[in-house]
Every structure is written in C-alpha cells, then in structure tokens.
Design a protein around this ligand. Structure first.
Ligand code: NAX
Length: 330
C-alpha cells in the first residue's frame, strides 16, 4: 500500500464539499490504491457542521481513509498538502452577477495562496472551484511565489462535461463516443464551448450537427447552464460540480485517455494560442505522469479568434479588479 497523501478541501461543509468528500475517501479521485488524509477547512462557525461530515465519513469505513482533520486554521488545513480543492467561497445567488463576487471572494484566495506557500508540499496540485474560479486561481498563484504557477488550476471541467453531453444528445450518440471537445477561456458566460475539432465516434461533429445549432443552442446552453440549474433548484450545481472536480484531479494525477483531451483552466504564461500571458485560461490539455500539456497546433479561424478575445477580455477585466491582490506581500 502507498503512503497516504494529504488532500485539503476548503468549504467542506458546503454543498459541493458534501458531494465530494465521500468520493475522494472512496478512492475515486486518486485511485483505489492511494490512501488519503482529508484536511477539511472551514470558517469557524461551520467547523461544528464539519463534525457531522466527519462522523459520516467514519461510518462509511472507507479502507483508504487514513485520517480526517477538521480545522478553521489555514496553517493546519494546508500542512504538507499534496492536493488542494479550493471550494469555499460565497456562491452566486439567483440575482447576483459574477462581478459582485469578485471583490468579495478574492481575498479568501490571497490568504489561502500565502498559507499554501508556507505550509504545503512543494509539488502541491491546486484546483480552484470557488468563483470567479479562474481569477481566484490567479490570485492564489500570485500569493504563493515559491510554488510553480503551473500547479494552480481552475475548474472548467463541469462546462466540458456539460458540452460533451449536449452534443452527444443532439447527435444521437453515447457520451463515450464524444472526443476532443474544448471549453476555452473563463468559467463564465463568456466561455467558448468549441466543437471545431470534436469527433463523435470518429466523425467530425460538424458533419452530424449544424453550425447554426452550435451558435444558437449549444453554446448558450452550456454557457448558461449554471444559471438554469440555480433557477430550477434554487441552489447552484453541487453533485455535478463535485463530479467534475474529481474528473479534473483524477486526470491530472493519473492521466487522460490516449485518444482524447480535457479542458483545464491553467496559467496562460506560455501564451499558447496568442492569449495574454498572465491569466488563468481554459485550454485543451492532455495529462500524463502527473503533469499536463496544452494541445498545440490546432487551427484557429477568425470565428474562434473572436470568441477567444471575448473571454480573454473578461478575464483581463477581472484581473484589473483584483490587481491589489496580485501583489504578494513583501
Ligand atoms: P456553499 O455555500 O454550499 O458552501 C460554501 C462553503 O464554503 C460554506 O460551508 C462556507 O462556510 C465555506 N467558506 C466560505 N468562506 C470560506 C473560507 N474563507 N474558508 C473556508 N471555507 C469557507 O457553496 P457550494 O455550492 O459548495 O459552492 C462553492 C463554490 O463553488 C461557489 O463559489 C460556487 O460559485 C462555486 N461553483 C463553481 C463551479 C465551477 O464549475 N467552477 C460550479 C459550481 C459552483 O457554482
């Protein structure tokens, strides 16, 4: 048996945390031979609620669950952490715009970045889920100067999974037949769910679905799915978000399928596809040996370029709003 790894979940008493913790403890994220210690980090007033979650985790008698640590102390929460899922933040409510969230949530991720820099394992892998996820990941990375920026990522996998299912339904195929779909840019309504290089059972998607359908139906459905779910259930997506977080981390740690790629929001420092080099931007990536690489060399036409610019500009605006939080304390 391998030695246990430390997995931190922030906001673990929330909706996504509740849907996530059991799946990590059961081995669905890091494999069925990898024991884990769960470090559950919350705000002080929610630590008591975490006690209930810890009891339920005990009651599952998961063979891979080595220990559970409950805390509201960042230094304990990130101690020697190998995998961090940064979920805790204020969720967007029915009438709230993303822009309202940015200032509110940014400072949480600056503090967590500093704590990661001081206490976590040097090869920590970080997934930011709390919104605005891309910009929060940028803030966390900026506040952890001793950790490789590549190790800070944000979640667009839920959008990727949503896109995959929508096109499978339209084409009358199984989800498993859909390959090489990409969500580019921000986890927001400016994201670009892209079928240009998508294959469905080996056939180019645009031979099975029309470009008009993609423009008028598919793209807006995926872009606004989060809002549709809030309207329908009065709360934001939780189980599907937890599922996407598992998918993202599992692929990063254990690799992607040979003939496919996935969407991950990652630091754009290398400037792939001409994107500004100081954003966290969602790209198609392949993962192997615990690392990811952007899929390069895809042809980009004017239509795609226009969509890239829209989502890139939104990320630049978000970055401007949090400029003060991007300067690590000297
Ligand atoms: P909940 O309100 O159910 O849970 C959030 C939890 O975070 C609460 O228990 C709260 O006490 C805790 N928390 C707040 N500040 C904290 C801090 N500084 N340190 C530790 N814990 C803290 O929200 P939930 O539905 O779980 O959603 C969490 C976040 O995920 C929200 O920001 C939401 O917008 C975001 N989402 C991101 C998605 C994505 O695809 N990237 C999709 C789903 C979701 O909307």
């Amino acid at each position: 048996m391998k030695s246990p790894v430390q997995v931190t979940i922030t906001g673990a008493a929330g909706n996504i945390g509740y849907a996530l913790a059991f799946r990590i403890a059961s081995g669905q994220m890091l494999g069925e031979d990898q024991p884990v210690t769960l470090r559950l980090l919350e705000v002080p007033q929610s630590v008591a609620t975490l006690g209930g979650l810890a009891m339920e985790l005990e009651d599952c008698a998961f063979p891979l669950l080595h220990d559970v640590v409950l805390t509201d102390d960042l230094s304990v929460g990130f101690q020697d952490c190998n995998y961090a899922l940064l979920i805790g933040a204020k969720p967007r409510t029915k009438d709230m715009q993303r822009s309202d969230l940015i200032a509110d949530n940014g400072s949480i991720f600056a503090a967590q970045g500093r704590a990661i820099n001081e206490h976590a394992a040097r090869d920590i892998r970080v997934l930011v889920v709390g919104n605005p996820a891309n910009t929060n990941a940028l803030i966390a990375a900026a506040n952890a100067p001793d950790i490789n920026r590549r190790n800070f990522t944000a979640m667009t996998r839920l959008d990727h999974n949503r896109a995959r299912t929508q096109v499978a339904i339209k084409a009358g195929h199984a989800v498993a037949d859909v390959r090489q779909i990409t969500v580019w840019g921000n986890h927001s309504s400016t994201q670009f769910p892209d079928l240009t290089h998508c294959l469905i059972d080996g056939t180019p998607a645009f031979e099975l679905v029309s470009r008009d359908w993609a423009d008028d139906d598919f793209i807006p459905t995926v872009q606004h799915r989060g809002t549709a779910i809030i309207e329908a259930r009065g709360a934001s997506s939780a189980a599907s978000a937890a599922n996407a977080a598992i998918d993202h981390m599992r692929n990063w740690a254990l690799g992607t399928d040979e003939d496919d790629w996935v969407s991950m929001a990652i630091p754009s420092d290398e400037g792939h596809y001409g994107i500004d080099t100081d954003l966290v931007f969602s790209y198609p990536v392949v993962c192997k040996d615990g690392d990811y690489q952007v899929v390069t060399g895809l042809e980009v036409d004017d239509y795609m370029r226009e969509k890239f610019v829209t989502t890139e500009q939104e990320l630049v605006k978000e970055r401007d709003i949090v400029a003060e939080l991007l300067k690590p304390a000297g």
